[in-house]
Ligand binder design. Structure first.
Ligand code: HEC
Ligand SMILES: [Cu+2]
Length: 468
């Protein structure tokens, strides 16, 4: 070990330079004698210590003398940047946990991290200490050569094995705690039922379905909403994760995650919000053009407020619509053709029919993406012949849009201005979105602007803002 370390640290200079020289000999077309840079004529001669062995041109260490410093500085900057990410108050920080699942995951992370840090410091420390303390000084004889040290080797096999086994077993235990069964047990211990919500990943927004929005009351309450889910505080929520296009990943950094959302599979996870508040969520698996704009929000409400939202959802509006809003409804159903994709006032049909519709949506998606592989001319020909694939895609349910805080899948705050901008041209807010790509009214102009008048847009805005 000592020999190897001193080799690495270039302590035995004469030996090293001789080896390199012998190696160069074999490669160069001319003999060592002819070499213009060579000051040593006899190949086998031991170079004298006081003669510089290398010529000025091959001393890279001198020219890159600042290299290590620059690298260190860069490392420092990177570490500082990484440390900013540890701010527990940052909106999507996994260090600011607000529920048991996230807390368990954070504990696992911390114990794994600090155990590894301790191992790293011990091993690297011993290495550095040995290399520096026992390095060979000029004139030292070769140290005694040892081959194997049984007690040491047994020790450094057993200790890591125990460590890895311990951490491994504990990781598996934590994994089991993330199973929905744990949520059921936790809820029942307090005389409640867990809430079940389905999250469906779409390119590039989230759909949320509640089969039984208030499990403590009799009867089913079907709710379909999008991009913002409401949950009661302190009640375990079991999520079933589905996709009808590509793989997404469901992640609410302060509450739980991540869990992959895979087409044809129903993955499950659970979480519980201990504090009332709004939590940011994010798709955490690259899923296409607008992947980074596939956010969502979780509103954890006091039980009464949650019940009020459930009870008020769908059906008749609480306040009668203004004349403008009523005009907007006509645009929604007529010229705007919004109703071909969006539902207002009730749950989406999938909520009632279930996986059959899900499968149909997936097939639509596959047929459509395959069709997009065709050349532009071929597609144009298909459209003219009326042979393009059906584009009846899922779209966000707009029943409670007026009560939401964002549009474009958590991208911008919802207000009359942003909503108008979205309706005039969704591309201005979210490039790559499927609404302007598919809806007919955005296909009449090259820049994808809606084929609607400003008055029609105003009416639509009033209509949608009234939906709460
Ligand atoms: C071809 C289907 C389709 C049609 C037609 C359509 N939309 Fe959309 N709409 C979508 C999709 C898909 C999204 C999600 C886009 C995204 O966030 O990436 C969306 C998003 C929205 C949103 C934002 C919802 C949210 O929570 O982020 C609003 C509001 C909206 N549409 C209103 C309308 C109106 C009004 C019309 C009629 C003028 C209309 N849409 C026509 C498919 C459609
Ligand atoms: Cu995604």
């Amino acid at each position: 070990m000592v020999t190897a370390a001193s080799e690495i640290l270039h302590i035995r200079r004469p030996l090293r330079s001789r080896r390199i020289r012998g190696f160069t000999m074999g490669l160069l077309p001319f003999s060592e004698k002819d070499s213009p840079t060579n000051s040593n004529t006899a190949f086998d001669a031991e170079p004298k210590r006081d003669i510089p062995v290398s010529s000025p041109s091959d001393s890279p260490t001198r020219r890159t003398g600042r290299g290590p410093l620059v690298a260190l500085a860069l490392l420092g900057v990177l570490l500082a940047l990484a440390a900013i990410g540890c701010d527990a108050d940052a909106p999507q920080s996994t260090f600011g946990v607000h529920g048991p699942v996230a807390r368990e995951q954070l504990l696992l992370f911390n114990v794994l991290l600090w155990t590894m840090v301790a191992v790293f410091v011990l091993v690297e420390g011993a290495l550095l200490y040995a290399a520096i303390r026992y390095r060979r000084k000029p004139g030292d004889p070769l140290p005694p050569q040892t081959h194997g040290h049984t007690p040491l080797e047994i020790a450094w096999t057993i200790v890591p094995t125990i460590l890895i086994l311990g951490l491994g077993i504990w990781s598996v235990i934590v994994l089991f705690k993330l199973e929905p069964g744990e949520a059921v047990a936790l809820a029942r211990a307090e005389g409640k039922e867990p809430l079940h919500v389905e999250a469906i990943g779409h390119q590039w927004w989230w759909e949320f379905r509640y089969e039984d929005a208030n499990p403590d009351l009799e009867g089913q309450e079907l709710i379909t909403t999008a991009n913002e889910m409401r949950i009661p505080v302190d009640r375990p929520v079991i999520m079933t994760l589905k996709s009808d296009d590509v793989i997404h990943s469901f992640w609410i950094p302060k509450l739980a995650g991540k869990q992959d959302v895979v087409p044809t599979r129903n993955n499950q996870m659970w979480f519980l919000a201990e504090d009332v508040g709004m939590y940011y969520g994010q798709c955490a698996e690259f899923c296409g053009t607008a992947h980074a704009q596939m956010k969502f929000r979780v509103h954890a409400l006091p039980d009464v407020e949650y019940r009020a939202w459930v009870d008020g959802w769908g059906g008749e509006l609480a306040e009668p619509m203004s004349a403008e809003a009523s005009a907007g409804q006509l645009v929604f159903l007529g010229d705007g053709q919004c109703v071909t994709c969006h539902t207002v006032g009730s749950a989406d049909i999938v909520n009632e029919v279930g996986d059959g519709v899900q499968l149909a949506r997936m097939k639509t998606f596959i047929a459509y993406t395959e069709w997009l592989q065709k050349s532009g001319d071929e597609r144009l020909a298909d459209v003219r012949a009326g042979e393009e694939p059906p584009t009846a895609f899922a779209a966000p349910n707009l029943t409670d849009l007026g009560a939401r805080t964002t549009i474009g899948a958590g991208l911008v705050d919802l207000n009359r201005e942003t909503l108008r901008q979205w309706l005039r041209n969704p591309d201005d807010i979210k490039p790559g979105n499927r609404m302007s790509e598919l809806a007919a009214i955005y296909q009449t102009r090259l820049d994808h602007r809606a084929d609607l008048t400003e008055d029609q847009l105003s009416d639509l805005v009033e209509y949608l803002m009234a939906q709460k």
